[in-house]
Design a protein around this ligand. Structure first.
Ligand SMILES: [Zn+2]
Length: 108
């Protein structure tokens, strides 16, 4: 057997064992898990700090791009929350709490 193959096999074996150890440590040791999550959070915080301006610029662009859609959605929600009734005189759809019909102008 070539030496390269044996070395490769040993490296793969070590990586597999390390993977198992890591997984079990994650599963059964809350302290280890917390430490790793803490590190991940630290990394995220660093990343956010480092790219604050980019993130702000992206969220501004997204806000600008979705402005119209957000307005439409907000309007739809508002409309959906309203109760509608039909005008007694002309049959137009009007808000339940309106005093006058906005189509024919008659008192409800
Ligand atoms: Zn009416």
């Amino acid at each position: 057997m070539p030496v390269g193959f044996i070395i490769f096999f040993i490296i793969v074996l070590i990586l597999v064992i390390a993977g198992f150890v890591f997984t079990f440590a994650m599963m059964f040791n809350p302290k280890f898990k917390a430490k790793l999550i803490g590190k991940q959070l630290e990394a995220n915080k660093y990343m956010v700090d480092e790219h604050k301006d980019d993130i702000k610029s992206i969220s501004d662009d997204v806000a600008e791009a979705t402005k119209g859609a957000t307005k439409t959605t907000a309007r739809a929600i508002k409309e959906g929350l309203k109760d509608f009734v039909y005008c007694k005189y002309c049959g137009a759809e009007i808000e339940a709490d309106s005093k006058f019909c906005k189509v024919c102008g008659k008192k409800q």
